[in-house]
Design a protein around this ligand. Structure first.
Ligand code: ACO
Length: 332
């Protein structure tokens, strides 16, 4: 049934995680930690780690092909590819261009988007607006990361949290009342220091001194990130829901960024919603940054937790400090 209103809807989803699995017990052999500490503080039990020859575009490509198959279209049907990543194959060309070439999506527009763990949701909102405006017909939005390459594996504060993976969504025009109803994005650049990789850019090019001081590795003030997330995300979800013209109790499912189970539990308490409404798969993958929301969305759809007609909200936060939420009616 056509409502006459043009929106962007997800028409295909695909994910990929590397086959190598690292459990909490494996990590306890590498750093001074334990399954008990990691489980109670984060909810994480295992994560997938890219092999030595596996790079971000490899993960993105497999997820992209699966999303195209799911949508029943080919690469030449696309008009735009956005790859959300903080771990591109290289500075440039953009990982999106590498994926475009390997997909065989000739001449399709392609660019990377860096909003750390919020990148996929930022990308979805951006592509959704371009489709709703009629500027493009079909877009492929990918969140893909190999955070394992940025981590200091001797630093137990960060190494236990992360995992690698990719998730992709094909977005296209819909007029049946499903699709994206609202997006809310934000950032607080003054909190950039809480999560950063200092060396490797124009401010501090890679040098032996930078490497010795491990400044090319991810630095995180975990407690500061935790506080920013729990202070920001419940309000952001409310904003996306209000902009969609809905009330919170009309929302069937929330797909939050999987950074820490305790952060999700805090959202549950602040929003006064039942835990069952929140999709949680952090135990299997850890924090996969930009891949985390599409991985959780895909699994919820596969498990029948999200069905056609459901009102859902995707919400993410990450380094920057960035945050984004998107309200949609599931249409597949
Ligand atoms: N195993 C055992 N002990 C540990 C570990 C570990 N892996 N990591 C830290 N500890 C110790 C600390 O050294 C500290 O010991 P101390 O009291 O003797 O100094 C103690 O545990 C408590 O440390 P806290 O930092 O206070 O622990 P907290 O409860 O805050 O949990 C955590 C830390 C899990 C990092 C939490 O703050 C968090 O999840 N923050 C958000 C992280 C996040 O979302 N990051 C996003 C991106 S991830 C990335 O890109 C790297």
């Amino acid at each position: 049934m056509s409502t006459g209103v043009l929106r962007a809807g997800i028409q295909g989803l695909g994910v990929y995680v590397p086959t190598r699995v690292l459990t909490n017990d494996d990590l306890a052999k590498m750093v001074d930690t334990s399954d008990e500490w990691i489980t109670t503080r984060t909810g994480i039990k295992r994560r997938h780690i890219a092999g030595p020859d596996e790079v971000t575009s490899d993960l993105a490509l497999i997820a992209a092909r699966r999303a195209l198959d799911d949508a029943g279209i080919g690469p030449r049907d696309l008009d735009l590819i956005i790859v959300g990543t903080a771990t591109p194959d290289m500075f440039f060309p953009a990982t999106a261009c590498l994926v475009q070439d390997r997909l065989g999506a000739k001449q399709v527009g392609a660019f990377d988007l860096l909003a750390a763990c919020s990148s996929f949701v930022y990308g979805l909102i951006t592509a959704g607006q371009l489709i709703a405006a009629g500027a493009v017909q079909r877009a492929l939005v990918i969140g893909a990361e190999t955070l394992s390459r940025l981590i200091d594996w001797e630093d137990r504060r960060t190494s236990v949290l992360i995992g690698d993976g990719a998730g992709a969504a094909v977005l296209g025009p819909v007029t049946d009342g499903t699709g994206i109803y609202s997006g809310a994005v934000g950032a607080d650049g003054s909190a950039g220091d809480v999560l950063k990789v200092q060396a490797g850019g124009s401010r501090m090019p890679i040098s032996s001194e930078a490497i010795e001081r491990k400044l090319h590795r991810a630095y995180m003030d975990g407690q500061a990130v935790f506080k920013l997330a729990v202070r920001t995300i419940p309000g952001l979800i409310k904003e996306a829901v209000a902009r969609a013209g809905w009330t919170l109790d009309q929302v069937d499912r929330i797909v939050p960024h999987q950074a820490n189970l305790r952060i999700i539990e805090s959202m549950v308490a602040q929003l006064h919603l039942p835990m069952e409404k929140f999709v949680v798969n952090i135990q299997e993958y850890g924090n996969t940054s930009a891949a985390s929301v599409p991985l959780a969305l895909y699994e919820a759809v596969q498990a029948g937790q999200i069905r056609r007609g459901d009102r859902i909200v995707l919400a993410a936060f990450g380094g920057g400090f960035t945050y984004a939420a998107c309200a949609m009616i599931w249409g597949k």
